[in-house]
Design a protein around this ligand. Structure first.
Ligand code: DC
Length: 228
């Protein structure tokens, strides 16, 4: 497996990973892996099929055979996501789905079940991989690894605006608590915890605009990859 043209973007919830990754994939003309969506889909599908979140064997079987399709379009600011033929692009973005995803993602057999599927995204001309363990576990030989951070308040505020913009009703204090809980669960678990790869470049985006982050990462891409 060649990982020469893989850019990994890891970081906690609300650090801007999703937006930055999609914009970069569009600019570079590369594929995009939204690995968080896979965990969200497993949790979402488990609820639909009444699979108990404690039943690790059934969850892993479901994850292994997950019937999902992503559609990436240059004129869309999100990846259209279909689970078993149904458009769940919005449905998997709720905080409830995110929290359930974070629980499912702590189960090692579920992570193993999604491993090969994630690596299959590594196709020419290149891949932008967004998640928590892209640089540490899934693509350890990636050509460029970025770890995005931002203060918890800034991340809660961004999430608030993002969800409001989509017409989803949320409260800022509740979001702050949820983000804190999710951070703790994602970084303290034993299975692929959220942490920067030793060779990752860390970027604090608290005081940076999306354009500024894109510019910095693009410069790094030009240094690392054979692109113009
Ligand atoms: O990035 P996101 O909010 O869509 O991710 C949802 C959850 O999935 C997140 O709480 C942690 C988990 N996740 C993970 O464990 N590993 C990844 N590579 C991506 C997401």
């Amino acid at each position: 497996m060649s990982n020469i043209s893989v850019l990994t973007i890891d970081g906690p919830s609300g650090s801007g990973k999703g937006t930055i990754s999609l914009l970069l994939a569009q600019k570079l003309g590369w594929h995009m892996l939204d690995s968080g969506a896979l965990y969200r889909l497993v949790a979402f599908g488990a609820e639909k099929h009444q699979i108990d979140l404690q039943d690790e064997v059934k969850l892993a079987d479901y994850a292994r055979t997950l019937d999902v399709r992503f559609e990436q379009a240059d004129d869309r600011d999100e990846l259209a996501t279909f689970l078993e033929g149904e458009d769940v692009t919005q449905g998997i973005r709720t905080e409830t789905a995110g929290n359930a995803a974070s629980k499912v993602a702590a189960i090692q057999v579920v992570r193993n079940a999604l491993l090969a599927r994630q690596r299959d995204f590594n196709q020419a001309p290149g891949l932008v991989a967004d998640g928590r363990d892209m640089g540490t576990t899934i693509f350890p030989d990636a050509g460029l690894k970025i770890f995005l951070t931002a203060s918890m308040e800034e991340r809660a505020d961004r999430r608030y605006k993002q969800l409001k913009g989509k017409g989803i009703d949320v409260s800022l204090p509740a979001l702050l608590t949820e983000i804190a809980e999710r951070d703790a669960r994602d970084s303290q678990r034993t299975a692929s915890p959220l942490k920067p790869a030793v060779d990752a470049i860390q970027l604090d985006t608290s005081n940076l605009s999306i354009d500024e982050v894109i510019q910095r990462v693009e410069q790094l891409c030009q240094q690392r990859f054979d692109i113009s």
